[in-house]
Design a protein around this ligand. Structure first.
Ligand code: IPD
Length: 269
């Protein structure tokens, strides 16, 4: 039997180890860009690959038979019913520039249902966790606290995080959507890591987050953390979150922001 708490413990220990390695072994002159993906700005560093390799090795040692979906390594099979969804560095561009907002994100699903999520932000000394039905927590050197989203924030007072894709055509449309959002909210934040944006929603540090184009590994752990903090994470018009569109916010705020966003066609390039 697979208990969410056991999967979470493994996720946290593994994400902490990968984060330590990423801090200690980051070359002073910056990591080498070894590949570009969807556009010249969508980079993979040697450290993304090394961290994902470490994570997959550690988890496979502990739990042979599990499946993996990793940002760099793609999908690998396994018959246990548990699948690990891994972003070895979410916020790779921040890592490249030595900005502090990047994270290791590990989510676990059992029979397709998200059950555990761990996000380690080493340069902030923060570890966010959630297990299905067990709540969401933030652990720092100062202790551990339960997370709760902000609720019913009027749009004019809502601080909204968002992100942009790497393809220039998509960005042009995202800028148009932003033109419709910005005059109607308190302000916008663009931190550069989708999973950290989701942690910020869960912790009440922003009131909402939306983005088109995030992949499963960007949001697997973070969406569970928001849900366990009492928030809602979904796509447009009742669709589940997907690379098409993801909106996360507390009750009330979700509905108001959805009403503002939907006519702006944010799931379109
Ligand atoms: C990116 C970050 C960024 C978001 C992009 C993601 P990566 O992930 O989460 O905030 O705007 O959509 O692709 O490439 O750093 O793993």
């Amino acid at each position: 039997m697979t208990r969410p708490e056991d999967l979470l413990e493994l996720a946290v220990a593994t994400a902490r180890e990968a984060a330590r390695m990423l801090v200690q072994e980051r070359p002073a002159a910056g990591p080498d860009v070894v590949q570009t993906k969807s556009s010249p700005t969508d980079v993979v560093t040697a450290m993304d690959r090394a961290a994902e390799k470490l994570i997959v090795e550690r988890i496979a040692e502990a739990r042979p038979g599990d499946a993996f979906l990793g940002e760099e390594g793609g999908e690998t099979g396994g018959g246990s019913g548990v699948r690990w969804v891994i972003d070895p560095i979410d916020g790779t561009v921040n890592y490249l520039y030595d900005l502090p907002d990047w994270a290791v994100s590990i989510g676990a699903e059992a029979d397709g249902v998200p059950v555990a999520g761990a996000i380690v932000i080493p340069r902030r000394g923060e570890v966010y966790t959630a297990s299905r039905g067990g709540g969401a927590f933030l652990e720092t050197a100062g202790g551990r606290r339960r997370l709760r989203v902000n609720e019913n924030v009027p749009l004019a007072q809502a601080l909204v995080a968002t992100g942009f894709g790497y393809a220039s055509g998509r960005r042009a449309h995202q800028a148009e959507v932003l033109r419709g959002v910005l005059p109607n909210v308190r302000d916008i934040r663009r931190g550069g890591s989708a999973c950290i944006d989701l942690c910020a929603v869960a912790a009440g540090r922003v009131d909402a987050y939306y983005e088109r184009g995030t992949q499963a590994w960007d949001v697997a752990a973070g969406a569970l953390i928001v849900a366990e903090a009492g928030g809602r994470v979904a796509g447009l018009d009742g669709a589940p979150m997907s690379p098409e569109f993801t909106l996360a916010a507390g009750p009330g705020t979700f509905e108001s922001l959805h009403a503002l966003l939907a006519p702006l066609d944010p799931a379109h390039d």
